[in-house]
Design a protein around this ligand. Structure first.
Ligand SMILES: NC(=O)c1ccc[n+]([C@@H]2O[C@H](COP(=O)([O-])OP(=O)(O)OC[C@H]3O[C@@H](n4cnc5c(N)ncnc54)[C@H](OP(=O)(O)O)[C@@H]3O)[C@@H](O)[C@H]2O)c1
Length: 257
């Protein structure tokens, strides 16, 4: 990379924590950040997929490490926050990609469904931001990046409590942008369309539905984890320092079609 591009987009010397970095969109983003030079910590529950991702990154010459943890409880979130700084120190970049979508029919949504969804999808991004952003502000550089959803902006295909959690994260992102404004810490979100990942494996079995979703985009296909690489590197790097409180739709044009 030439020096000018490295200044704008390079992540050498930066440290990143990517929740949900062992699968799907998070894995795509962790790979992009690590390949751009960031020492990258991947957080998830399953050790096997973490190990596989870390191995792949290290073999490609990246600095990467994994942390097994559960963002489904307050204690779990706090434990992850501390464990994730062990490999490479306090992060400059936090990517909140871990998420669940349990999709019960609306009348059947229970308090337990609400709690489970809101904890992983919204409380974890809040608490991790509360833990890391003060340090980022003190060091004068920080990037909080959230992965939200079309369903944060409009209800469709049974948004349920998932849509509520993602709407909360869009507002959290704006609150963080306001709170940390002027400190060198920004907060933004990436808004996917329909991305082919394990999260929606069941839906992918219905070829007609998958094709119909692809037809709703302008690009003419559904998203892939690698589609998030460029946008994530941009939001993580020096070059996006004047971008904050922004929702960047990486959705093939789905939201405006
Ligand atoms: N795919 C789409 O079409 C789409 C669309 C809009 C938004 N999104 C959002 O994009 C993000 C990534 O989704 P994806 O499609 O890439 O999903 P995915 O492939 O299912 O990956 C989810 C990741 O989160 C981790 N995770 C889940 N629950 C966790 C917990 N309690 N504690 C720690 N880690 C946990 C998973 O690892 P373990 O299971 O091993 O813990 C995995 O690494 C999510 O926030 C999702 O809501 C996805």
């Amino acid at each position: 990379m030439n020096a000018y591009l490295a200044e704008l987009f390079g992540l050498a010397g930066r440290t990143a924590v990517v929740t949900g970095g062992s699968s799907g969109i998070g894995r795509g983003i962790a790979t992009a950040l690590a390949r751009s030079g960031a020492s990258t910590v991947i957080v998830a529950r399953g050790a096997e997929r973490i190990d596989e991702t870390v191995r792949e990154l290290v073999e490609a010459g990246c600095r990467a490490a994994g942390v097994v943890g559960d963002l489904g409880t307050r204690d779990g979130i706090r434990a992850v926050a501390e464990e994730a700084i062990r490999p490479f120190g306090e992060p400059d970049i936090l990517v909140n990609s871990a998420g669940i979508n349990i999709r019960p029919p609306y009348p059947n949504i229970s308090e337990a469904d609400w709690d489970a969804t809101m904890t992983v999808n919204a409380l974890a991004p809040f608490l991790l931001g509360q833990r890391y952003a003060p340090g980022m502000a003190a060091r004068g550089y920080g990037r909080l990046i959230h992965i939200t959803s079309q369903q944060a902006h409009r209800a469709f295909v049974g948004s349920g409590v998932y849509g509520v959690s993602k709407g909360a994260v869009e507002s959290l992102m704006r609150s963080e942008a306001e709170a940390w404004g002027g400190t060198g810490v920004t907060s933004n979100s990436l808004v996917p369309g329909f991305v082919l990942t394990p999260l929606n494996a069941r839906l992918q079995e219905d070829r007609e539905k998958v094709d119909a979703l692809a037809a709703r985009t302008m690009i003419g296909r559904n998203g892939l984890p690698s589609d998030f690489a460029g946008a994530a590197v941009f939001l993580a790097g020096e070059g996006s320092g004047y971008v904050t409180g922004h929702s960047l739709f990486v959705d093939g044009g789905l939201s405006v079609h």
